[in-house]
Ligand binder design. Structure first.
Ligand code: SF4
Length: 456
């Protein structure tokens, strides 16, 4: 994951506070670092740091800076590890002026391109795949910056949703397969680009539309100009954005994430996933909407039966034996009395390593449930993601190692059910050839176009 946000005010209003607020709305997409970039008198300026947006950046300081175009980034480390120099945006003043870039996605040929560029004399400052795009641009010193960016993008493969500052322009670009989301918003004369539409609400902007797969948008004082590249035979919009990553108040490619999650739950119910008189609860927060959808469709009781401690984050480390033993209870605790003597249907968005699911089943059983049924609002995750999500290898993915009945026994549930890939696509409302479902079915993008590196 990662989140990107960009702003351009055609009437010259300062936008850095908007970037700060936009990044706060995208915080769920990355908690490792946050940063912003703008230009000042022909020079790129960057502020970034490790941690959450409010730890890495000062809202007060940013609000005082008079910049009418800027970009921002929240980072969840995938390619390039957790080194501070890999925090984004990345920027430089090169032969054609200032440039800064913020990237969500993963470039699948970055290593080969970096080796080629290093051979040509490039000195890399980071181990981040996104720098490859900057270096590809800088290695075309005589080219017009926008054309150099377009050429660079024609050389990279994999997933990218980008915001770029090029001199006085804001550029938004989405890869031709559409892996990661990217949307355009507007507030009067100010334009915004965001990984998710939920960030427009916080700054009082309206969503205009999604950036289309393969589209490059140039935003400057004249407004927005769209430059489209030749379409691909099919798209690979990440299905997992709808299942888990995106915020439920976002609309991605015309599909409401909220409605999709409820529909995923209703699909589970239609597959016979809810015994009579069962009490339905979702794993907070990722399974809650699917649980509501399941309960509504099945006519069952929904209860907020599992309570989550919101102050124990993803980076939580289990340092002592005592804390290890407390395990999942530190993060999640069943509501007393809710499950007493009843069959419990517990809904989660996905099941990856299976360790948490096993502990949840035992926790719900321990709180008095007569039976515990696990329902997963996505297909089994059997394959790793190469497009910007830090999933484990197949060896660590439980569904890659065993059948569903074996998995059910492993987590000690009374039953375990998933939805199929076809049902997932139906719930999202897009045909299979518009979606990436590779981590479920191994249907990866075929790298049909091998890049011709000659010409640099
Ligand atoms: S492999 Fe899975 S997580 Fe990765 S882009 Fe495709 S659907 Fe999304």
């Amino acid at each position: 994951m990662c989140g990107v946000f960009g702003a351009y005010s055609t009437k010259g209003s300062p936008v850095l506070e908007d970037i700060y607020l936009g990044l706060c709305a995208l915080q769920h997409r990355g908690q490792l670092s946050a940063g912003v970039a703008w230009t000042d008198d022909g020079t790129v300026r960057i502020k970034k740091g490790l941690g959450l947006v409010h730890e890495a950046l000062s809202q007060n300081e940013l609000a005082k800076i008079d910049a009418h175009a800027a970009i921002g980034h929240v980072r969840y480390a995938t390619a390039g590890g957790t080194r501070p120099e890999n925090c984004q945006p990345l920027g430089a003043d090169y032969a054609q002026g200032p440039i800064a870039i913020a990237h969500n996605g993963n470039l699948t040929n970055a290593r080969a391109l970096a080796a080629y560029l290093a051979y040509k004399g490039a000195i890399f400052q980071t181990t981040c795949d996104s720098e490859t795009i900057l270096q590809l641009i800088a290695h075309q010193p005589g080219a017009v910056p926008l054309e150099a960016l377009e050429t660079a993008l024609s050389k990279v493969e994999g997933a990218y949703s980008l915001v770029v500052l090029l001199n006085d322009c804001l550029i938004a670009a989405r890869d031709p397969w559409g892996f990661r989301p990217l949307a355009i918003g507007r507030r009067g004369e100010d334009y915004f680009v965001s990984s998710e539409s939920c960030a427009f609400d916080i700054i009082g902007a309206e969503m205009v539309r999604d950036v289309e797969p393969g589209e490059i948008l140039v935003i400057d004082k004249r407004g927005i100009i769209s430059r489209k590249r030749p379409p691909k035979p099919r798209h690979y919009r990440c299905a997992f954005e709808y299942v888990y990553f995106a915020r439920p108040d976002s609309v991605i490619d015309g599909r409401s994430v909220y409605r999709t999650r409820k529909e995923l739950g209703a699909t589970l119910a239609r597959c016979g996933g809810c015994p009579k008189n069962a009490v339905v609860a979702g794993m907070p927060d990722s399974g809650t909407l699917a649980a509501i959808g399941l309960a509504e469709e099945a006519g069952a009781d929904f209860e907020a039966g599992v309570v989550r401690n919101r102050y124990v984050g993803r980076t939580f480390i289990q340092p002592t034996q005592r804390v290890r033993e407390a395990g999942v209870k530190i993060k999640l605790n069943p509501q007393p009395g809710i499950f007493d003597g009843r069959e419990a249907v517990i809904v989660d968005d996905s099941l990856v390593r299976g360790t948490t699911a096993g502990r949840i089943v035992s926790m719900i059983r321990g709180s008095g449930a007569a039976k515990v049924h696990m329902r997963i609002a996505s297909p089994p995750v059997r394959f790793p993601c190469y497009y910007g999500i830090d999933t484990p290898t197949s060896a660590e993915l439980m569904a890659a190692q065993m059948s569903v009945p074996e998995l059910c026994r492993k987590i000690d549930a009374d039953s375990l059910e998933y939805i199929s890939c076809d049902e997932l696509c139906r719930a999202i409302g897009l045909p299979k050839d518009e979606l990436c479902t590779a981590c479920f079915d191994g249907d990866y993008l075929e790298e049909e176009e091998k890049n011709d590196l000659l010409g640099f």
